[in-house]
Design a protein around this ligand. Structure first.
Ligand code: THU
Length: 135
């Protein structure tokens, strides 16, 4: 599976986005070390706070099925009804959640119409990560 194919799966995941409040639809496709792929979308809530991002949906699906190490994630997002054309980078909470299960060189794949599909190493999107296991 190449980066473009994984990104296309994130677009597919985005089709299930439940975003009646922000009208911003997101999708994620996460690859486990087993080779299994976990799709996620954002799931919003009328109380706003319980909203879950696409990335965390994918991570929680995977971990709850016994997968704990990951080799790549693709992420996409744009206003509902629009084809994503700008980078949609994981929020801070999702970066911290991913950080539990990925290495510094874990590729975070995003698309931008000028740059195309591109992989960003995890260390670039979360420098100085907090890891309790280091103390
Ligand atoms: N969202 C994600 O799913 N992933 C991100 O990393 C950024 C934000 C969702 C949360 C909310 O449903 C909508 O996008 C607008 O913030």
């Amino acid at each position: 599976m190449n980066y473009q194919e994984l990104y296309d799966l994130s677009l597919q995941a985005r089709e299930n986005s439940y975003c009646p409040y922000s009208h911003f639809a997101t999708g994620a496709a996460l690859v486990g070390e087993s080779g299994r792929i976990y799709l996620g979308c954002n799931v919003e809530n009328s109380a706003f706070g319980p909203t879950n991002c696409a990335e965390r949906t994918a991570v929680f699906k995977a971990v709850s099925e016994g997968e704990r190490r990951f080799t790549a994630i693709a992420v996409c997002g744009a206003p509902e009804g629009k084809v994503p054309d700008k980078l949609c980078a994981p929020c801070g909470v999702c970066r911290q959640v991913l950080s539990e299960f990925v290495d510094d060189d874990f590729p975070v794949i995003m698309y931008d119409e000028e740059l195309g599909v591109k992989a960003y190493p995890f260390r670039e999107i979360l420098p100085f990560r907090f890891d309790l296991n280091e103390y």
